[in-house]
Design a protein around this ligand. Structure first.
Ligand code: LM2
Ligand code: CA
Length: 479
Protein backbone atom coordinates (compact mmCIF):
# COMPACT_ATOMS: atom_id res chain seq x y z
CA UNK A 1 0.00 0.00 0.00
CA UNK A 2 1.52 3.30 -1.08
CA UNK A 3 -0.18 5.92 1.11
CA UNK A 4 2.08 7.06 3.99
CA UNK A 5 -0.91 8.23 6.06
CA UNK A 6 0.57 11.65 6.75
CA UNK A 7 -1.71 13.87 8.79
CA UNK A 8 -2.97 16.92 6.86
CA UNK A 9 -0.35 19.65 6.83
CA UNK A 10 2.52 17.28 7.48
CA UNK A 11 5.02 15.54 5.27
CA UNK A 12 8.22 13.51 5.09
CA UNK A 13 9.58 10.68 7.12
CA UNK A 14 12.73 11.19 9.16
CA UNK A 15 15.07 8.26 9.69
CA UNK A 16 16.23 8.50 13.30
CA UNK A 17 19.10 6.13 12.61
CA UNK A 18 20.09 4.12 15.72
CA UNK A 19 18.10 6.31 18.10
CA UNK A 20 16.79 4.72 21.27
CA UNK A 21 13.00 4.38 21.52
CA UNK A 22 12.84 6.78 24.46
CA UNK A 23 14.58 9.50 22.49
CA UNK A 24 12.36 8.88 19.47
CA UNK A 25 9.25 9.22 21.65
CA UNK A 26 10.47 12.52 23.05
CA UNK A 27 11.43 13.76 19.59
CA UNK A 28 7.94 12.95 18.26
CA UNK A 29 6.40 15.07 20.98
CA UNK A 30 8.85 17.94 21.23
CA UNK A 31 9.94 18.42 17.65
CA UNK A 32 8.54 16.24 14.89
CA UNK A 33 4.85 16.86 15.55
CA UNK A 34 5.09 20.62 16.15
CA UNK A 35 7.42 21.11 13.19
CA UNK A 36 5.26 19.24 10.70
CA UNK A 37 7.14 16.00 10.12
CA UNK A 38 4.74 13.18 9.27
CA UNK A 39 6.60 10.07 10.38
CA UNK A 40 9.72 8.40 11.72
CA UNK A 41 11.62 5.37 10.48
CA UNK A 42 13.31 3.34 13.20
CA UNK A 43 16.37 1.14 12.90
CA UNK A 44 15.67 -2.62 12.91
CA UNK A 45 13.97 -3.60 16.17
CA UNK A 46 14.23 -7.40 16.17
CA UNK A 47 16.69 -9.38 18.31
CA UNK A 48 20.01 -9.09 16.51
CA UNK A 49 23.64 -10.08 16.54
CA UNK A 50 25.94 -8.48 19.07
CA UNK A 51 29.55 -7.84 18.11
CA UNK A 52 31.15 -6.20 21.15
CA UNK A 53 34.67 -7.04 19.96
CA UNK A 54 34.03 -5.08 16.79
CA UNK A 55 32.74 -2.19 18.91
CA UNK A 56 29.10 -2.76 17.94
CA UNK A 57 29.12 -1.74 14.27
CA UNK A 58 25.78 -0.28 13.08
CA UNK A 59 25.27 -3.22 10.71
CA UNK A 60 24.91 -5.77 13.50
CA UNK A 61 21.23 -4.78 13.53
CA UNK A 62 20.93 -6.06 9.97
CA UNK A 63 21.71 -9.60 11.21
CA UNK A 64 18.55 -10.82 12.99
CA UNK A 65 18.61 -13.73 15.43
CA UNK A 66 14.85 -13.90 16.04
CA UNK A 67 11.72 -11.79 15.69
CA UNK A 68 11.52 -10.91 19.39
CA UNK A 69 11.45 -7.16 19.86
CA UNK A 70 14.73 -6.37 21.56
CA UNK A 71 17.53 -4.27 20.14
CA UNK A 72 20.08 -1.65 21.04
CA UNK A 73 17.22 0.87 20.85
CA UNK A 74 15.26 -0.80 23.63
CA UNK A 75 12.95 -3.67 24.53
CA UNK A 76 9.36 -4.40 23.61
CA UNK A 77 7.75 -2.29 26.32
CA UNK A 78 9.87 0.71 25.41
CA UNK A 79 8.96 0.12 21.78
CA UNK A 80 5.26 -0.05 22.63
CA UNK A 81 5.51 3.15 24.64
CA UNK A 82 7.28 4.94 21.79
CA UNK A 83 4.69 3.96 19.18
CA UNK A 84 1.94 5.03 21.54
CA UNK A 85 3.49 8.42 22.24
CA UNK A 86 4.30 9.14 18.59
CA UNK A 87 0.80 8.12 17.48
CA UNK A 88 -0.69 10.32 20.17
CA UNK A 89 0.88 13.39 18.57
CA UNK A 90 0.06 12.18 15.06
CA UNK A 91 3.53 11.05 14.03
CA UNK A 92 3.49 7.74 12.15
CA UNK A 93 6.01 5.02 12.94
CA UNK A 94 7.53 2.87 10.18
CA UNK A 95 9.81 0.03 11.23
CA UNK A 96 12.82 -1.15 9.24
CA UNK A 97 12.11 -4.89 8.94
CA UNK A 98 14.79 -7.43 7.99
CA UNK A 99 13.57 -10.83 6.85
CA UNK A 100 15.59 -11.71 3.78
CA UNK A 101 18.22 -13.29 5.96
CA UNK A 102 19.43 -14.03 9.47
CA UNK A 103 23.08 -13.74 10.60
CA UNK A 104 26.27 -14.64 8.81
CA UNK A 105 28.07 -17.96 9.44
CA UNK A 106 29.02 -17.47 13.09
CA UNK A 107 29.14 -20.25 15.69
CA UNK A 108 28.01 -19.29 18.16
CA UNK A 109 26.29 -16.08 17.13
CA UNK A 110 25.35 -14.18 20.28
CA UNK A 111 22.50 -11.74 20.38
CA UNK A 112 22.12 -8.43 22.06
CA UNK A 113 19.70 -10.14 24.49
CA UNK A 114 22.15 -12.88 25.41
CA UNK A 115 20.73 -15.79 23.43
CA UNK A 116 22.79 -17.72 20.92
CA UNK A 117 22.37 -19.34 17.54
CA UNK A 118 24.44 -21.47 15.21
CA UNK A 119 24.96 -19.53 12.02
CA UNK A 120 27.02 -22.29 10.42
CA UNK A 121 24.43 -25.05 10.72
CA UNK A 122 21.64 -22.47 10.56
CA UNK A 123 19.90 -23.12 13.84
CA UNK A 124 18.07 -20.15 15.34
CA UNK A 125 16.36 -21.61 18.42
CA UNK A 126 14.54 -18.41 19.43
CA UNK A 127 12.33 -18.48 16.32
CA UNK A 128 12.94 -21.41 15.74
CA UNK A 129 14.46 -21.65 12.25
CA UNK A 130 16.48 -24.64 11.05
CA UNK A 131 18.51 -25.31 7.93
CA UNK A 132 15.44 -26.48 5.99
CA UNK A 133 13.99 -22.96 6.25
CA UNK A 134 16.87 -21.48 4.28
CA UNK A 135 17.88 -21.47 0.65
CA UNK A 136 20.87 -23.66 -0.22
CA UNK A 137 24.16 -21.83 0.34
CA UNK A 138 25.56 -20.14 -2.75
CA UNK A 139 27.24 -16.83 -3.43
CA UNK A 140 25.93 -14.05 -5.64
CA UNK A 141 28.49 -14.00 -8.47
CA UNK A 142 26.56 -11.83 -10.85
CA UNK A 143 23.71 -9.36 -10.39
CA UNK A 144 22.51 -10.21 -13.91
CA UNK A 145 21.04 -13.46 -12.66
CA UNK A 146 17.86 -12.82 -10.66
CA UNK A 147 17.96 -16.36 -9.24
CA UNK A 148 21.34 -15.75 -7.67
CA UNK A 149 20.34 -12.33 -6.36
CA UNK A 150 17.22 -13.71 -4.69
CA UNK A 151 18.23 -17.21 -3.64
CA UNK A 152 21.91 -16.90 -2.78
CA UNK A 153 23.62 -15.25 0.17
CA UNK A 154 23.73 -11.45 0.37
CA UNK A 155 27.13 -10.66 1.96
CA UNK A 156 27.31 -14.20 3.33
CA UNK A 157 24.07 -13.84 5.33
CA UNK A 158 21.96 -17.00 5.76
CA UNK A 159 19.18 -16.60 3.22
CA UNK A 160 15.65 -17.37 4.36
CA UNK A 161 13.29 -19.09 1.94
CA UNK A 162 10.20 -16.85 1.87
CA UNK A 163 8.38 -19.36 -0.33
CA UNK A 164 8.31 -21.78 2.61
CA UNK A 165 4.96 -21.72 4.44
CA UNK A 166 6.46 -21.83 7.92
CA UNK A 167 8.93 -19.03 7.13
CA UNK A 168 6.08 -16.94 5.75
CA UNK A 169 4.06 -17.52 8.90
CA UNK A 170 6.88 -16.36 11.15
CA UNK A 171 7.37 -13.21 9.10
CA UNK A 172 3.64 -12.46 8.99
CA UNK A 173 3.36 -12.98 12.76
CA UNK A 174 6.18 -10.54 13.31
CA UNK A 175 4.65 -7.87 11.10
CA UNK A 176 1.26 -8.40 12.73
CA UNK A 177 2.77 -7.93 16.16
CA UNK A 178 4.15 -4.58 15.03
CA UNK A 179 0.72 -3.60 13.68
CA UNK A 180 -0.79 -4.53 17.07
CA UNK A 181 1.66 -2.12 18.64
CA UNK A 182 0.32 0.63 16.37
CA UNK A 183 2.91 1.04 13.63
CA UNK A 184 1.69 2.49 10.32
CA UNK A 185 4.12 0.79 7.99
CA UNK A 186 7.40 -0.88 7.12
CA UNK A 187 10.65 -0.30 5.29
CA UNK A 188 11.45 -3.72 3.86
CA UNK A 189 15.19 -4.32 3.94
CA UNK A 190 16.82 -6.14 1.02
CA UNK A 191 13.53 -6.51 -0.90
CA UNK A 192 15.59 -6.86 -4.06
CA UNK A 193 16.86 -10.17 -2.66
CA UNK A 194 13.37 -11.62 -2.26
CA UNK A 195 10.83 -12.73 -4.87
CA UNK A 196 8.12 -10.15 -5.59
CA UNK A 197 5.44 -12.86 -5.46
CA UNK A 198 6.57 -13.91 -1.97
CA UNK A 199 6.51 -10.33 -0.76
CA UNK A 200 3.13 -9.68 -2.27
CA UNK A 201 1.79 -12.76 -0.53
CA UNK A 202 3.28 -11.78 2.82
CA UNK A 203 1.91 -8.22 2.59
CA UNK A 204 -1.52 -9.54 1.66
CA UNK A 205 -1.66 -11.59 4.85
CA UNK A 206 -0.75 -8.75 7.20
CA UNK A 207 -3.52 -7.21 9.31
CA UNK A 208 -5.15 -3.86 8.79
CA UNK A 209 -3.73 -1.00 10.85
CA UNK A 210 -4.81 -1.10 14.47
CA UNK A 211 -8.15 0.51 15.28
CA UNK A 212 -7.12 0.50 18.94
CA UNK A 213 -4.37 2.93 17.98
CA UNK A 214 -6.74 5.25 16.18
CA UNK A 215 -6.48 4.09 12.59
CA UNK A 216 -9.66 4.07 10.50
CA UNK A 217 -11.05 0.64 9.62
CA UNK A 218 -9.68 -1.19 6.61
CA UNK A 219 -6.34 0.59 6.28
CA UNK A 220 -3.47 -1.46 4.85
CA UNK A 221 0.08 -0.81 6.09
CA UNK A 222 2.32 1.65 4.23
CA UNK A 223 5.21 -0.27 2.69
CA UNK A 224 8.41 0.90 1.04
CA UNK A 225 10.81 -1.68 -0.21
CA UNK A 226 14.55 -1.33 -0.43
CA UNK A 227 15.42 -2.13 -4.03
CA UNK A 228 18.70 -0.71 -5.27
CA UNK A 229 18.37 -0.29 -9.02
CA UNK A 230 20.68 2.13 -10.78
CA UNK A 231 20.13 0.25 -14.03
CA UNK A 232 21.87 -2.60 -15.81
CA UNK A 233 20.98 -5.49 -13.48
CA UNK A 234 18.62 -8.43 -13.62
CA UNK A 235 16.37 -7.27 -10.79
CA UNK A 236 14.42 -4.12 -11.58
CA UNK A 237 12.64 -1.63 -9.34
CA UNK A 238 9.65 -2.10 -11.62
CA UNK A 239 9.37 -5.72 -10.41
CA UNK A 240 8.17 -4.27 -7.09
CA UNK A 241 6.25 -1.01 -7.52
CA UNK A 242 2.88 -2.49 -8.48
CA UNK A 243 1.99 -3.40 -4.90
CA UNK A 244 3.97 -1.03 -2.64
CA UNK A 245 6.44 1.86 -2.83
CA UNK A 246 10.10 1.40 -3.71
CA UNK A 247 13.18 3.30 -2.53
CA UNK A 248 14.28 5.28 -5.60
CA UNK A 249 18.10 5.17 -5.39
CA UNK A 250 18.51 6.92 -8.72
CA UNK A 251 17.08 10.05 -7.10
CA UNK A 252 19.99 10.72 -4.72
CA UNK A 253 22.53 9.62 -7.32
CA UNK A 254 21.17 12.12 -9.90
CA UNK A 255 20.84 14.88 -7.30
CA UNK A 256 24.46 14.27 -6.29
CA UNK A 257 25.51 14.58 -9.93
CA UNK A 258 23.68 17.84 -10.43
CA UNK A 259 24.68 19.57 -7.20
CA UNK A 260 28.30 18.47 -7.58
CA UNK A 261 28.41 20.23 -10.92
CA UNK A 262 28.39 17.22 -13.25
CA UNK A 263 25.03 17.99 -14.82
CA UNK A 264 23.56 21.48 -15.27
CA UNK A 265 20.79 22.46 -12.88
CA UNK A 266 18.62 23.73 -15.74
CA UNK A 267 17.85 20.07 -16.57
CA UNK A 268 16.04 19.65 -13.25
CA UNK A 269 13.04 21.31 -14.91
CA UNK A 270 11.50 17.89 -15.60
CA UNK A 271 13.13 15.92 -12.79
CA UNK A 272 11.03 12.82 -12.16
CA UNK A 273 9.77 9.98 -14.28
CA UNK A 274 11.19 11.61 -17.42
CA UNK A 275 14.63 10.94 -15.93
CA UNK A 276 13.87 7.24 -15.68
CA UNK A 277 12.64 7.52 -12.11
CA UNK A 278 9.60 5.57 -10.93
CA UNK A 279 6.14 7.18 -11.11
CA UNK A 280 6.00 9.78 -8.35
CA UNK A 281 3.41 7.92 -6.28
CA UNK A 282 5.55 4.78 -6.21
CA UNK A 283 8.79 6.37 -5.03
CA UNK A 284 10.34 6.93 -1.62
CA UNK A 285 13.10 9.50 -2.17
CA UNK A 286 16.15 10.70 -0.25
CA UNK A 287 19.39 12.56 -0.80
CA UNK A 288 21.37 9.98 1.19
CA UNK A 289 20.56 7.00 3.40
CA UNK A 290 22.31 5.18 6.24
CA UNK A 291 24.07 2.92 3.74
CA UNK A 292 25.25 5.21 1.01
CA UNK A 293 26.27 8.03 3.35
CA UNK A 294 29.10 5.68 4.41
CA UNK A 295 29.91 4.01 1.09
CA UNK A 296 27.66 0.95 1.56
CA UNK A 297 24.77 0.30 -0.81
CA UNK A 298 24.64 2.37 -3.97
CA UNK A 299 25.61 5.74 -5.32
CA UNK A 300 29.26 5.94 -4.30
CA UNK A 301 31.05 9.26 -3.96
CA UNK A 302 28.40 11.28 -5.81
CA UNK A 303 26.08 10.98 -2.79
CA UNK A 304 25.87 14.20 -0.76
CA UNK A 305 25.75 13.94 3.04
CA UNK A 306 25.80 16.11 6.16
CA UNK A 307 29.59 16.16 5.87
CA UNK A 308 29.21 18.85 3.19
CA UNK A 309 26.64 21.07 4.91
CA UNK A 310 26.32 23.83 2.32
CA UNK A 311 25.76 21.37 -0.51
CA UNK A 312 23.58 19.16 1.66
CA UNK A 313 21.22 21.98 2.56
CA UNK A 314 20.83 22.79 -1.14
CA UNK A 315 20.14 19.18 -2.08
CA UNK A 316 17.62 18.63 0.72
CA UNK A 317 15.97 21.98 -0.02
CA UNK A 318 15.53 20.87 -3.61
CA UNK A 319 14.04 17.55 -2.52
CA UNK A 320 11.58 19.18 -0.14
CA UNK A 321 10.54 21.86 -2.61
CA UNK A 322 10.04 19.52 -5.54
CA UNK A 323 6.76 17.66 -5.99
CA UNK A 324 8.09 14.19 -6.72
CA UNK A 325 7.97 11.08 -4.55
CA UNK A 326 7.62 10.80 -0.80
CA UNK A 327 10.68 12.34 0.88
CA UNK A 328 12.77 10.83 3.65
CA UNK A 329 15.11 13.03 5.67
CA UNK A 330 18.23 11.35 7.07
CA UNK A 331 19.22 11.98 10.68
CA UNK A 332 22.73 10.74 11.42
CA UNK A 333 25.40 10.47 14.07
CA UNK A 334 28.92 11.56 13.23
CA UNK A 335 31.34 8.90 12.08
CA UNK A 336 34.75 8.66 10.52
CA UNK A 337 34.84 5.02 9.51
CA UNK A 338 32.19 3.00 7.73
CA UNK A 339 31.64 0.47 10.52
CA UNK A 340 31.33 2.88 13.43
CA UNK A 341 28.10 2.42 15.35
CA UNK A 342 26.18 5.13 17.21
CA UNK A 343 27.75 7.08 20.09
CA UNK A 344 28.01 4.83 23.16
CA UNK A 345 28.51 5.09 26.89
CA UNK A 346 31.25 3.25 28.83
CA UNK A 347 28.94 0.24 29.27
CA UNK A 348 28.41 0.34 25.49
CA UNK A 349 24.74 1.31 25.64
CA UNK A 350 23.70 3.89 23.03
CA UNK A 351 24.05 7.47 24.22
CA UNK A 352 21.04 9.67 24.79
CA UNK A 353 20.31 12.31 22.19
CA UNK A 354 20.83 15.52 24.13
CA UNK A 355 19.34 18.78 22.92
CA UNK A 356 21.15 22.04 23.61
CA UNK A 357 19.41 25.33 24.38
CA UNK A 358 19.69 26.43 20.73
CA UNK A 359 17.94 23.26 19.53
CA UNK A 360 21.05 21.45 18.29
CA UNK A 361 21.84 17.85 19.20
CA UNK A 362 24.77 16.84 21.39
CA UNK A 363 26.59 13.59 22.26
CA UNK A 364 27.69 13.00 18.67
CA UNK A 365 24.25 13.13 17.07
CA UNK A 366 24.09 15.23 13.89
CA UNK A 367 20.30 15.64 13.69
CA UNK A 368 20.10 17.00 10.15
CA UNK A 369 16.32 17.02 10.59
CA UNK A 370 16.76 19.84 13.12
CA UNK A 371 19.01 22.00 10.97
CA UNK A 372 17.04 25.24 10.56
CA UNK A 373 17.31 25.23 6.75
CA UNK A 374 15.98 21.66 6.62
CA UNK A 375 13.13 21.90 9.10
CA UNK A 376 12.10 25.24 7.58
CA UNK A 377 11.84 23.49 4.22
CA UNK A 378 9.49 20.97 5.81
CA UNK A 379 7.24 23.92 6.56
CA UNK A 380 7.70 25.10 2.97
CA UNK A 381 6.61 21.69 1.65
CA UNK A 382 3.59 21.62 3.91
CA UNK A 383 2.54 25.15 2.93
CA UNK A 384 2.82 24.59 -0.83
CA UNK A 385 1.15 21.18 -0.78
CA UNK A 386 -1.12 20.60 -3.75
CA UNK A 387 0.47 23.23 -6.03
CA UNK A 388 2.42 22.60 -9.21
CA UNK A 389 5.82 23.95 -10.23
CA UNK A 390 5.39 27.29 -12.00
CA UNK A 391 7.42 30.35 -13.03
CA UNK A 392 10.46 28.26 -13.91
CA UNK A 393 13.55 30.33 -14.69
CA UNK A 394 17.12 29.28 -15.43
CA UNK A 395 20.23 30.98 -16.75
CA UNK A 396 20.91 28.06 -19.09
CA UNK A 397 23.29 26.50 -16.63
CA UNK A 398 23.60 26.33 -12.83
CA UNK A 399 21.14 29.01 -11.69
CA UNK A 400 17.46 28.12 -11.38
CA UNK A 401 14.30 29.40 -9.73
CA UNK A 402 10.69 28.26 -9.59
CA UNK A 403 7.53 28.77 -7.62
CA UNK A 404 5.04 26.28 -6.27
CA UNK A 405 1.87 27.83 -7.58
CA UNK A 406 1.31 31.08 -5.69
CA UNK A 407 2.46 29.71 -2.36
CA UNK A 408 6.23 29.34 -2.38
CA UNK A 409 9.30 30.39 -4.33
CA UNK A 410 12.85 29.05 -4.35
CA UNK A 411 16.13 30.03 -6.03
CA UNK A 412 19.40 28.10 -6.42
CA UNK A 413 22.81 29.39 -7.40
CA UNK A 414 25.38 26.72 -8.09
CA UNK A 415 27.18 28.60 -10.87
CA UNK A 416 30.93 28.26 -10.24
CA UNK A 417 32.29 31.47 -8.78
CA UNK A 418 29.33 33.53 -9.97
CA UNK A 419 26.74 35.69 -8.21
CA UNK A 420 23.05 35.58 -9.04
CA UNK A 421 21.38 38.97 -9.53
CA UNK A 422 18.03 38.84 -11.27
CA UNK A 423 14.54 40.23 -11.30
CA UNK A 424 12.43 37.06 -11.03
CA UNK A 425 8.75 36.18 -11.12
CA UNK A 426 7.90 34.69 -7.73
CA UNK A 427 4.23 33.82 -8.22
CA UNK A 428 3.60 35.24 -4.73
CA UNK A 429 1.37 38.10 -3.65
CA UNK A 430 2.90 41.51 -2.98
CA UNK A 431 4.71 41.82 0.32
CA UNK A 432 7.87 41.15 2.30
CA UNK A 433 8.91 37.58 2.87
CA UNK A 434 11.52 36.04 5.12
CA UNK A 435 14.06 33.71 3.49
CA UNK A 436 13.79 30.48 5.48
CA UNK A 437 17.29 29.29 4.57
CA UNK A 438 19.28 32.21 6.01
CA UNK A 439 16.82 32.83 8.83
CA UNK A 440 13.31 32.47 10.06
CA UNK A 441 10.23 34.55 10.72
CA UNK A 442 10.03 35.31 14.43
CA UNK A 443 7.30 37.51 15.90
CA UNK A 444 6.80 39.15 12.49
CA UNK A 445 10.49 39.91 12.11
CA UNK A 446 12.92 38.09 9.88
CA UNK A 447 16.17 36.83 11.39
CA UNK A 448 17.68 36.34 7.92
CA UNK A 449 17.36 38.17 4.62
CA UNK A 450 14.04 39.51 3.40
CA UNK A 451 12.69 39.43 -0.14
CA UNK A 452 10.33 42.16 -1.32
CA UNK A 453 7.75 41.04 -3.85
CA UNK A 454 6.15 43.82 -5.89
CA UNK A 455 2.59 44.24 -7.16
CA UNK A 456 3.57 42.44 -10.36
CA UNK A 457 4.84 39.43 -8.37
CA UNK A 458 8.46 40.20 -9.28
CA UNK A 459 11.34 40.43 -6.84
CA UNK A 460 14.97 41.50 -7.15
CA UNK A 461 16.94 38.45 -6.04
CA UNK A 462 20.58 38.42 -5.07
CA UNK A 463 22.47 35.28 -4.12
CA UNK A 464 26.18 36.01 -3.87
CA UNK A 465 28.65 33.19 -4.38
CA UNK A 466 29.84 33.36 -0.78
CA UNK A 467 26.30 33.06 0.58
CA UNK A 468 24.10 29.99 0.92
CA UNK A 469 23.38 28.48 -2.50
CA UNK A 470 19.62 28.53 -1.98
CA UNK A 471 16.94 30.99 -0.91
CA UNK A 472 13.30 30.10 -0.20
CA UNK A 473 10.17 32.04 0.73
CA UNK A 474 6.56 30.99 1.16
CA UNK A 475 3.15 32.22 2.28
CA UNK A 476 3.96 31.27 5.87
CA UNK A 477 7.12 33.40 5.92
CA UNK A 478 5.37 36.66 4.97
CA UNK A 479 6.14 39.44 7.42
C1 LM2 B 1 21.01 -4.16 2.15
N1 LM2 B 1 20.54 -4.23 0.96
O1 LM2 B 1 19.67 -5.03 0.52
C2 LM2 B 1 21.85 -3.02 2.49
O2 LM2 B 1 22.07 -2.22 1.34
C3 LM2 B 1 23.13 -3.51 3.06
O3 LM2 B 1 23.94 -2.44 3.40
C4 LM2 B 1 22.86 -4.40 4.27
O4 LM2 B 1 24.12 -4.83 4.75
C5 LM2 B 1 22.05 -5.57 3.76
N2 LM2 B 1 20.86 -5.11 3.07
C6 LM2 B 1 21.67 -6.55 4.83
O5 LM2 B 1 20.62 -6.11 5.61
C7 LM2 B 1 24.58 -4.28 5.97
C8 LM2 B 1 26.02 -3.82 5.79
C9 LM2 B 1 26.94 -5.00 5.55
C10 LM2 B 1 26.79 -5.99 6.68
C11 LM2 B 1 25.32 -6.42 6.68
C12 LM2 B 1 25.01 -7.43 7.76
O6 LM2 B 1 26.07 -2.91 4.67
O7 LM2 B 1 28.29 -4.54 5.52
O8 LM2 B 1 27.61 -7.11 6.45
O9 LM2 B 1 24.50 -5.28 6.95
O10 LM2 B 1 25.36 -6.96 9.03
C13 LM2 B 1 28.46 -7.51 7.52
C14 LM2 B 1 29.94 -7.32 7.15
C15 LM2 B 1 30.28 -8.18 5.96
C16 LM2 B 1 29.98 -9.65 6.26
C17 LM2 B 1 28.55 -9.80 6.74
C18 LM2 B 1 28.23 -11.21 7.18
O11 LM2 B 1 30.14 -5.93 6.85
O12 LM2 B 1 31.66 -8.02 5.67
O13 LM2 B 1 30.12 -10.39 5.05
O14 LM2 B 1 28.29 -8.91 7.84
O15 LM2 B 1 28.99 -11.58 8.28
C19 LM2 B 1 31.04 -11.46 5.03
CA1 CA C 1 17.01 -13.98 -0.56
Amino acid sequence: QKNPYALPGRSAVVHLFEWKFRDIARECEEFLAPMGYAAVQTSPIAEHLSQPKKGHPWWERYQPMSFRIVSRSGNESRFAEMVERCNYVGVRVYVDVVFNHMTGPLKPARSIAGTSADGINRNYPEVPFHSNHFNPKCDIHTYNDVNQVRNCLLSGLNDLNQTNTYVREKIIDFLNRLIDHGVAGFRVDAAKHMWPADLEYIYSQVKNLSARHGFAPGLRPFIYQEVIDLGGEGVKKTDYNAFARVTEFKYGAEIGNVFRGHNAMKWLKNFGSEWGLLPSGDALVFVDNHDNQRGHGAGGPTIITHKEPRLYKMAVAFMLSWPYGYPRVMSSYSFNNTDKGPPINKNSSIKNVTITSNGKCGNGWVCEHRWPAIVNMIEFRNKVDGTAVANWWDNGNYQIAYSRGDKGFIVFNEEMGADLKQILKTGLAEGSYCDVISGKKMRNKCTGRTVDVGKDGNAAITLLKEEEGVLAIHIGSKI
